[in-house]
Design a binder for this molecule. Structure first.
Ligand code: BGC
Length: 733
C-alpha cells in the first residue's frame, strides 16, 4: 500500500473548517466577569433617559466589566471610550455604543407620529438613512429605534414616538425604518444596528398611564401589537427591546413565551435582546422576583442578552449561578449573540471607522433640505375654511402664541444630539421666508401655568394686521416617555388666549389659522370649530419654521394625513377606525344602540384625514378580478381628479371589510395606500395591488385562515366610511 504523506499544516494556516472563529476563541479566554461585562450596558451621561445616573465607567471598561454604552455622543468621546476597551482591556473587545436616535441625530426630522403622517415608504427610509449616516459619522453604532408600539390612547405620551393607531401601518413603517437605519448592511461604516421596541403591547397601558399594567386579549396582541415587530424581524432588525410593562401579569422583561417562543421561535429573530433601562431590576417591583439574582435569572432565561442599567447581570447572575437558577450555557449563549453583533457591525476589525470621517458642509446642508421638505409634508391640514390657507393678500401677519418663538420646543420629545438652538422657530422661518409679509409677534402666554397677563397685548396685535396665526400646543417634554396626560387638551392659559384672539379677530372679519404642536392628537373641538384653518404640526424638527413658511405661502400644498383618530371628547378614548361591529350599531332613533348620550360616536377627525390646497375627488373604482383564490392578487384602480386651483397631492387609502366570517372582523382594515400629485384640472389613475393571501385572518383558534366569501373593497381619502367608494371581491376556496 502506498504510504500517504501526512497532511502538512503551513504555519499560521488552518483549514477553514478547523479554524476557531474569533468568537470561539474569545469564549475560551473570557472569565465570568468579562462575560457579564459583555452583557452589560451602562449610560455614559450625555442624555438622561432613566432614573439611575451612572458614574464614571472608564475603569470598568478597562477591566472588561462594561462592554456596552448608551448615551454618549461625538467621535472624540466615543473613540476615547472605544480606545479604552480595545487597547487597554485584556481581551480588547470593542464596545457597542448606542443612543436613542428616534427622529434624527443632530438634524431633527418630525417626531415619528408626524413622520407616520407622510404615508410614504421611501420618505420613512430616507430619514432613517440620513439619521444613521449622521449618527454613524458621530461614532455611534446602534440606535434604539424604531419604536413600533401601536397607540390608540392619546393620554399616553409615547404616542408621539410611534406609528399611530394602525397595525398594518406600523408594519410598513417598521420595515422601512429598519432598512433605512441598517442601510447596505451592518458592516457598512454608515449603518446603525436598529432596535425594534418596545416589544410588545406597550401602548394599551391602563388608563393611558405610563408604565402601568397592560391587559389585553391574545387576539388583540396578535392582530394589533405583534405585526409591526414581525415586520421588523423580517426586515432583519439587529436588536429588540422588551417593554417596561407587564402583559396580563407577566412583565415583558421576563416573558419567556413571547420573547423566546414567539419572537425568536416563531418570528425567527436571531439578534440581540436589550432590556429597557433598569427594567431587569424593576422585575422586583413588579413582584415577580425576590432579588436581583432572581430578576437576572428570569430575564436571561427569557432570552435577554444585554442588561441596560440595572446591573442585574453583573451582580445577580453569579449568585443565580450558585443557586442553580441559570446555567453557564445560558450565559454563554447571550455572550455569543452580543459578540456576533459586534462582529456583524465590523467593530472588531475596525472599531474606529464610525466617526473617523467628519461630514462636509454639503452633506449637512443636504440633510437640512431633506428635513425641510419632510417637515412640510408631515404637517396635516385638518381644516381650511374659505381657503384661509395659503395666505393671500396678507401684508401684515400677527404670529401669536407661546410656541411661535420656541426653537428648543420644536425638537419635540427625544432630540438625540439636537441642540436647543439648532431649530428654526416659526417666527424666524416666517419672518425670513414669507416674502412681502411683515410678521408681528406676541407670545400671549406661556405654554403652561396660569399667567394671563400677556394676553391683552397679543389681542391688541390683531388690530394691526390682515391675518393671524396662532402657535399653540404642548411643550416638547409634554409627550414622549413618562408624559401621560389625563386631559390632553391645550395646556395652561392657551385656551383663554386663543379665544380672546379669535373673538377680536373675527369681530373684525379677520381670519385665524391655528397651528397645533403636539405629540398626540389634542382634544380641541372648540378650536376646530372656531379657527378658520387648523394645522397639526406635531413637532416638525430642525426646519419647522421654513417648512411652515412653505405651507403658509402655498409653495407646498399640505399632504400629511393623520395616522391617529382625533377624538372630540376624552370619553371616546380609545377611539380608532378598526373597531369591530356592535350587534346594536348606533341609531339615533333607537335608544338601545351603541352610542353616547352626550357626544356623537364620530371622531373630530378620522384616521387618514388631511386636506391639501387642491380639491381632490376620487371616482370610478374598479376591482378585478371579481373572484380570487388565496394565491391570486386583487387589482384596484381609482381615478383622482384635482378640481381645485392649486396643485396637490392626494393619498388614496385601500381598506377591506370582511362582512361575514367565522370571527367578527373590524369595520375597516387598512390594506394599502398610494399617493398621486395632480395639477389643477388633471386626472390620474391610482393602482393598488392586494395579494389575496393578506385577507387571511386569525380564526377562532388564532391560526390563520382564508375563508371563502365576499369581501368589500373600500377606497377613499380617509377612514370615514361615508366618504369611501365601495366595491367587492369574492374569495374562492
Ligand atoms: C426608554 C427606551 C430608551 C431607553 C434608553 C428608556 O427609558 O423606555 O425607549 O431606548 O430608555 O434611553
Amino acid at each position: 500500500m502506498p504510504v500517504r504523506a501526512a497532511p502538512t499544516i503551513m504555519p499560521g494556516y488552518l483549514p477553514r473548517k478547523y479554524a476557531m472563529s474569533r468568537i470561539d476563541e474569545l469564549m475560551c479566554k473570557m472569565t465570568l466577569p468579562e462575560k457579564l461585562g459583555q452583557l452589560t450596558m451602562t449610560a455614559a451621561g450625555y442624555a438622561v433617559t432613566g432614573p439611575i445616573i451612572a458614574g464614571d465607567s472608564t475603569e470598568a471598561i478597562k477591566t472588561g466589566a462594561i462592554g456596552n454604552l448608551l448615551n454618549l455622543i461625538g467621535p472624540g468621546p466615543i473613540h476615547e471610550m472605544q480606545r479604552l476597551a480595545v487597547e487597554e482591556s485584556r481581551l480588547g473587545i470593542p464596545l457597542l455604543i448606542g443612543l436613542d436616535i428616534i427622529h434624527g441625530h443632530r438634524t431633527l426630522f418630525p417626531i415619528p407620529l408626524g413622520e407616520a403622517a407622510l404615508f410614504d415608504r421611501d420618505a420613512w427610509t430616507l430619514t432613517a438613512r440620513a439619521s444613521a449616516v449622521e449618527a454613524a459619522a458621530d461614532g455611534l453604532a446602534l440606535t434604539f429605534a424604531p419604536m413600533l408600539d401601536v397607540s390608540r390612547d392619546p393620554r399616553w405620551g409615547r404616542t408621539a414616538e410611534g406609528p399611530g393607531e394602525d397595525p398594518w401601518l406600523g408594519a410598513q413603517i417598521a420595515a422601512a425604518k429598519v432598512r433605512g437605519f441598517q442601510g447596505g448592511g451592518l458592516a457598512c461604516a454608515d449603518s446603525l444596528a436598529a432596535c425594534a421596541k418596545h416589544f410588545c403591547a406597550y401602548g394599551p397601558v391602563t388608563a393611558g398611564r405610563e408604565y402601568a399594567a397592560v391587559d389585553i386579549s391574545e387576539r388583540t396582541l396578535r392582530e394589533i401589537h405583534l405585526p409591526a415587530f414581525a415586520a421588523a424581524v423580517k426586515a432583519g432588525v439587529a436588536t429588540v427591546m422588551p417593554a417596561f410593562t407587564d402583559l396580563n401579569g407577566i412583565p415583558m422583561t421576563a416573558h419567556t413565551a413571547l420573547l423566546r417562543d414567539t419572537l425568536r421561535g416563531e418570528f425567527g429573530f436571531d439578534g440581540v435582546l436589550i432590556s429597557d433601562y433598569n427594567a431587569i431590576g424593576e422585575l422586583i417591583r413588579h413582584g415577580v422576583a425576590a432579588d436581583l439574582a432572581e430578576a437576572a435569572a428570569l430575564a436571561l432565561k427569557a432570552g435577554i442578552d444585554i442588561d441596560m442599567m440595572a446591573d442585574a447581570y453583573r451582580k445577580g447572575l453569579p449568585v443565580a449561578l450558585e443557586r442553580g437558577l441559570v446555567t453557564m450555557e445560558q450565559i454563554d449563549t447571550a455572550v455569543r449573540r452580543v459578540l456576533a453583533l459586534k462582529e456583524r457591525l465590523d467593530l472588531f476589525d475596525d472599531p474606529y471607522r464610525r466617526g473617523s470621517q467628519p461630514e462636509d458642509q454639503e452633506t449637512v446642508g443636504r440633510r437640512r433640505l431633506l428635513a425641510r421638505s419632510i417637515a412640510a409634508r408631515a404637517a396635516v391640514l385638518l381644516k381650511n375654511d374659505r381657503d384661509t390657507l395659503p395666505l393671500a393678500k396678507v401684508r401684515r401677519l400677527a404670529l401669536i402664541g407661546p410656541l411661535a418663538d420656541a426653537p428648543a420646543e420644536m425638537r419635540g420629545p427625544w432630540w438625540a444630539a439636537g441642540v436647543p438652538e439648532g431649530q428654526v422657530s416659526v417666527l424666524a422661518g416666517l419672518s425670513r421666508e414669507l416674502e412681502g409679509i411683515e410678521v408681528l409677534h406676541a407670545p400671549g402666554s406661556a405654554i403652561v401655568g396660569d399667567d394671563c397677563g400677556h394676553i391683552a397685548a397679543a389681542v391688541e396685535l390683531c388690530d394691526h394686521v390682515d391675518a393671524i396665526v396662532l402657535c399653540l400646543g404642548e411643550g416638547a417634554n409634554m409627550s414622549g416617555e413618562a408624559a401621560s396626560r389625563a386631559c390632553p387638551e391645550l395646556p395652561g392659559p392657551q385656551r383663554t388666549l386663543a379665544e380672546a384672539v379669535l373673538d377680536r379677530a373675527h369681530g373684525m372679519g379677520k381670519r385665524v389659522t391655528a397651528i397645533l404642536f403636539s405629540g398626540r392628537p389634542l382634544i380641541v373641538p372648540w378650536l376646530a370649530e372656531r379657527a378658520d384653518a387648523l394645522l397639526a404640526a406635531w413637532f416638525l424638527g430642525s426646519e419647522t419654521g421654513p417648512a411652515l413658511a412653505d405651507i403658509l405661502a402655498g409653495r407646498v400644498s399640505p399632504s400629511g394625513r393623520t395616522p391617529v383618530t382625533w377624538p372630540r371628547a376624552l370619553g371616546q378614548v380609545p377611539i380608532f377606525f378598526g373597531q369591530r361591529p356592535s350587534g346594536r350599531p348606533a341609531d339615533p332613533k333607537d335608544h338601545f344602540t351603541s352610542k353616547y348620550l352626550d357626544v356623537p360616536n364620530e371622531p373630530l377627525y378620522p384616521f387618514g384625514h388631511g386636506l391639501g390646497y387642491g380639491r381632490l375627488v376620487q371616482s370610478n373604482l374598479r376591482v378585478a378580478p371579481d373572484s380570487v383564490t388565496e394565491s391570486g392578487t386583487i387589482e384596484v384602480k381609482v381615478d383622482v381628479t384635482n378640481e381645485g386651483a392649486h396643485s396637490a397631492v392626494e393619498t388614496v387609502f385601500l381598506f377591506t371589510r370582511d362582512k361575514l366570517a367565522s370571527v367578527a372582523r373590524p369595520l375597516l382594515e387598512l390594506r394599502g395606500f398610494a399617493k398621486v400629485e395632480l395639477r389643477p384640472g388633471e386626472t390620474g389613475t391610482v393602482r393598488l395591488s392586494l395579494p389575496a393571501a393578506e385577507l387571511r385572518f386569525l380564526g377562532a383558534d388564532l391560526a390563520p385562515v382564508f375563508e371563502p366569501g365576499e369581501v368589500e373593497i373600500l377606497v377613499g381619502p380617509c377612514a370615514d366610511r361615508s366618504r369611501l367608494l365601495v366595491g367587492s371581491v369574492r374569495l374562492l376556496a
